[in-house]
Write a protein that binds this ligand. Structure first.
Ligand code: OOB
Length: 543
């Protein structure tokens, strides 16, 4: 058992930026931050909903009480491994039941999960472990045909500070999660203003940035999301996207479902083959997808082999949904559409369940909180006229004030008065709804997967035959965007295949490998001598 230690003075993890005291005081006074931690939240839900089903995954069905008890026993196990409050633990788990006990045990202990995605490979995981000085790394044995233990071997040899690899399943040379359960111990837990975990930023720079989220701010975003999405004990949420991502985790996602006392059903893969039988069997009421998956589901639903009639709401977010696709949701799937425009840094916008169709189909919603502040600025940093498109800046009770240990980057990504510069080009409708029109950041949004151009460029530049590289997005009818790498070769030009396998060997996640490679002799330049990605995009349109 862990109990909070209210006697401890609040002190934020070094490397994190606190909200200025006057804002924190306001967010508490307004009732947004209610002084609750994730460990307490689960305990309270277990007391209230003991026998209700919290989690369904494969053949496992855990009640709230069972999840709470398993969590306590794992807290003891992690503690016995020597994992302490504020230690970072990279968690890379697919959609399994263990995902919950692992993260709640770390939350309760006050250790900080770093939420990696199942698609990440050694390039990303080495970096997360090194940068956060992680003491442990939690993996499945195998998932989607990939053996994570071979990845862990690589990470272990590259990052000597990593003390433990914990495996869900067959552990091989590592520690098995199943051997960690121990008798509950009484430990001081974290306090609500503490950082609870790290999310990853989609990013636009060389390496992904880490996003520290506190118990206070994240639980507020859950409560707000649960209210807007009308979740309650009868909600059966299907988690088809990777649970570690902010959207299925908390918007309202699996954590919002547990907040509301509902049931979170985990699908290992989001394909209709796996998801539709689950919808029918578990009577799923609510789920979330990225646009390309929504299109696959809509096509598959035409066959009508499964009963999807329990589904009330399909949320679509993470990337722009076309109006045409938005219009097809109800006719094909028989449920309401909710558009979600959010970011791991904080701000989440929803269309409301009682909004008129025009708003649901043509906008990306409005913020959760009355205290989410929105500014839309032009290239000179001036507020645009109402309805004009510009870059969205935001500040509020669940939007971070800085990335972890990133002082120089923070100076660019946040204004001096604490607004986060989203890099999204947005306009506001007369009803106060946001419409995402484009992007000012150097990122590719490949069907919801975010790729920082500079990160891929740096990996390409490591190849001896590459003189220079520029990665851009190309429009794609299915994914919205794909990536194209423009490469200036040295004397001996490599082939496109050599370069993509080189990136794979460097351990880059598959979704970041360029879909297309073009060789050129020079790059077009902007007036100030930078590579003009706009001109490169135009070149491609003409090829
Ligand atoms: C979600 O979070 P991230 O951190 O993976 O990506 C955030 C970025 C946004 O800045 C925007 O560029 C893009 O993804 N985005 C959308 C969008 N939702 C996100 N662009 C257009 N339309 C949308 N509906 O992607 C995320 C986090 C929480 C909830 C939902 C999505």
């Amino acid at each position: 058992m862990t109990s909070p230690s209210p006697q401890r003075e609040p002190s934020l993890l070094p490397g994190c930026t606190a909200w200025p005291e006057e804002y924190a005081a306001h967010y508490r006074k307004a009732g947004y931050w209610r002084g609750e931690t994730f460990g307490q939240m689960l305990r309270e839900r277990a007391q209230r909903h003991g026998d209700r089903t919290a989690v369904v995954a494969g053949t496992q069905r855990w009640s709230y009480r069972e999840l709470d008890e398993r969590t306590d026993r794992l807290v003891a196990g992690f503690h016995a491994l020597g994992i302490k409050p504020r230690d970072r633990v990279v968690v890379q788990l697919p959609n399994t039941a263990e995902f919950f006990e692992v993260i709640f045990a770390l939350f309760r202990l006050g250790a900080l999960p770093v939420f990696a995605l199942p698609a990440h490979r050694s390039a990303e995981i080495n970096y997360f472990c090194e940068f956060t000085e992680a003491v442990a790394y939690v993996i499945p044995d195998k998932h989607s045909g990939f053996d994570y233990r071979t990845l862990a071997e690589k990470v272990r040899s590259a990052v000597p500070g990593l003390r433990h690899v914990v495996v869900v399943g067959e552990a091989g040379p590592f520690t098995s999660l199943s051997q960690l359960y121990a008798s509950p111990v009484d430990l001081p837990g974290p306090i609500p203003s503490d950082v609870a975990f790290f999310q990853l930023s989609g990013g636009s720079t060389g390496v992904p940035k880490l996003i520290p989220r506190t118990h206070d701010d994240y639980i507020y975003s859950l409560r707000g999301s649960v209210e807007i999405c009308q979740l309650d004990e009868t909600t059966v949420y299907l988690c088809a996207l990777p649970a570690a991502h902010n959207f299925p985790l908390s918007s309202p996602g699996v954590l919002g479902t547990l907040y509301a006392g509902g049931t979170a059903v985990m699908a290992l893969h989001p394909s209709p083959d796996q998801a539709f039988p689950l919808i029918e069997r578990e009577r799923i009421t609510f789920t979330a997808l990225v646009p390309p998956l929504a299109m696959i589901w809509m096509d598959a639903a035409k066959a009508r082999r499964h009963d999807l009639s329990s589904l009330k709401v399909l949320q679509v977010g993470g990337a722009r949904l076309s109006t045409e696709a938005a219009q097809r949701v109800r006719p094909t799937l028989g449920c309401a559409l909710q558009q979600v425009y959010g970011m791991a840094e904080g701000l989440v916008n929803y269309t409301r369940l009682d909004d008129p169709d025009e708003l649901v189909i043509a906008t990306q919603g409005r913020p959760i909180s009355p205290d989410d502040e929105i500014r839309i600025i032009d290239e000179d940093g001036r507020d645009v006229a109402p309805g004009e498109t510009g870059q969205l800046l935001t500040r509020g009770p669940y939007t971070i004030r800085g990335y972890y240990n990133a002082e120089a980057h923070n100076a660019r990504a946040f204004t001096s008065d604490g607004f986060y510069c989203t890099g999204d080009l947005v306009r506001v409708t007369p009803e106060g709804y946001l419409v995402v029109e484009g992007r000012a950041k150097d990122q590719i949004n490949r069907g919801g997967d975010k790729i920082a151009a500079e990160e891929v460029e740096n990996h390409l530049l490591a190849h001896p035959s590459v003189h220079d590289a520029a990665v851009i997005s190309i429009p794609d009818p299915f994914l919205g965007e794909r990536t194209c790498a423009f490469v200036i070769p040295r004397e001996a030009p490599p082939t496109a295949a050599t370069l993509t396998s080189f990136l794979r060997e460097r351990g880059l996640a598959a979704y970041k490998i360029p879909d297309r490679v073009e060789f050129v002799a020079t790059f077009p330049q902007t007036g100030v001598g930078k590579v003009s990605k706009k001109a490169l995009r135009e070149t491609l349109a003409h090829r």
